[in-house]
Design a binder for this molecule. Structure first.
Ligand code: PMT
Length: 399
């Protein structure tokens, strides 16, 4: 999460979902954000200001004419301090006021004064949400660049079933983070591969490797956060699909080959972070192989090289980024792969480097480019490595 050090002005308006804003406040603070909570009078009927004071560590502000604080024009100072302005839950009333410039309480006056990106998470009865006037007001806000987080559908407190629920905290956090993230991959289609492949020996055994999928999932998550339309072709992992990412699950290298090659033409950028099995058993037994006292020799056959195939068929304007995991001669081997597989960029990492490679939350990489240049960023979280990779790919695209 990239909200550390950001000032988040969180406006809580009067609906039953107001209690959920307490968890949001807590998670924002845990992410390192400075959370300033504003409430409408009606929100205080659902949850007490002291809850937010305790969770945020800051005074909760309710009334525009509250005099119990050091002198400053508070709605203006908060409006200026905000890196991002969040209204969650947003009632039909505050949405209508925002759409029409009405400023008659602390929330609406501060909102009118802010220049920060504004995130609105509507939550209300389905009839109110579906009402054309509410939809029109939301369209007005969208057209002005507000970030609207669509409500979830389900059972509502009023007994109705339909759209109108405040989404869960991870969804809200994602929407807030996205509002403060430059959308420089907007309009681009990015395909990322991640995780290991499994090559079956029989119905219960397989050959595989130690890839956890963390590097590929970090790439997919950051690309989606930066606005790309992301497809993640993933081997078996224990990881959750990042927000906004379309995930295609595969098991074997040949599954991955089919999943990637059938989608490749449509992509602007392909990043191959998966650890693909180079070999598979020549035969896969239909039944569980029985053990005996004899030694067992398994014949292996080559899997197709997906990256090499992509390199051979790269369409003009498409960017191809491979990875290389090595245990020796990292740069020489990586440079050889870059050339042979016709990549625009290759990310080399070594199992011998501390904090790099399989299963770690960090990676130490050297980026190799087709023009022969190289770059070695410091050891950093895989999300930061992912951002550096997309920064460099965007620079290559610009050239
Ligand atoms: O998943 P994590 O635990 O986070 O670990 C991350 C990682 C170490 C798996 C990742 O950073 C990484 O290095 N991925 C590539 C691992 C690898 O298989 O490297 P390679 O040198 O064997 O393959 C070179 C490139 O060819 C890779 O882009 C690979 O995806 C691709 N390849 C390889 C074989 C094959 N049959 N088809 C391929 O497309």
């Amino acid at each position: 999460m990239r909200l550390a050090g950001k000032t988040v002005v969180l406006c809580v308006t009067g609906g039953i979902a107001a209690y959920k804003a307490a968890d949001l406040t807590s998670k924002l603070r845990q992410a390192g954000a400075d959370v300033r909570v504003l409430m409408t009078e009606s929100a205080t009927q659902f949850i007490a200001p002291i809850t937010f004071e305790t969770l945020s560590g800051n005074r909760t502000v309710v009334d525009t004419f509250d005099r119990n604080f050091a002198w400053e024009v508070e709605h203006i100072s908060l409006a200026k301090a905000a890196d991002v302005f969040v209204i969650a839950p947003a009632t039909a009333n505050i949405i209508a006021k925002a759409a029409h410039g009405i400023a008659d309480d602390m929330v609406s006056t501060t909102l009118l004064a802010t220049r920060a990106p504004v995130v609105v998470a509507p939550a209300m009865n389905t009839g109110m949400y579906d009402n054309p006037v509410t939809q029109q007001n939301l369209d007005t806000l969208r057209a002005r660049g507000f970030h609207i987080i669509e409500p979830a559908a389900g059972h509502l407190a009023c007994g109705d079933t339909g759209r109108g629920k405040l989404p869960d905290t991870p969804t809200l956090l994602h929407g807030i983070e996205r509002a403060v993230t430059k959308q420089d991959l907007q309009g681009l289609r990015v395909l990322v591969t991640a995780g290991p492949t499994q090559e079956a020996l029989d119905p219960v055994r397989f050959l595989s490797n130690h890839s956890s999928g963390k590097m590929g999932y970090a790439l997919a998550a950051r690309a989606a956060m930066r606005g790309a339309q992301v497809t993640l072709v993933s081997g078996p992992t224990a990881l959750q699909t990042p927000y906004g990412v379309t995930r295609v699950d595969i098991t074997s290298a040949r599954d991955m080959y089919d999943a990637v090659l059938s989608r490749a033409d449509a992509q602007d950028i392909i990043v191959k972070a998966a650890a693909v099995g180079d070999y598979r058993p020549a035969q896969t037994a239909d039944e569980k192989m029985k053990k005996s006292d004899d030694e067992l020799t398994v014949a292996l056959t080559r899997n197709p090289d997906i990256l090499a195939e992509l390199g051979r068929n790269k369409r003009p304007g498409q960017l191809l980024c491979g990875f290389a995991m090595e245990t020796q001669n990292l740069i020489e081997n990586a440079a050889d792969k870059l050339r042979r597989k016709h990549c625009d960029m290759l990310v080399a990492n070594s199992l011998r480097d501390k904090g790099a490679g399989f299963g770690t939350d960090t990676n130490a990489v050297t980026l190799l480019f087709a023009d022969g240049s190289r770059e070695t960023p410091p050891l950093c979280p895989k999300e930061d490595v992912a951002d550096i990779i997309f920064d460099r790919l965007l620079a290559l695209r610009a050239n």
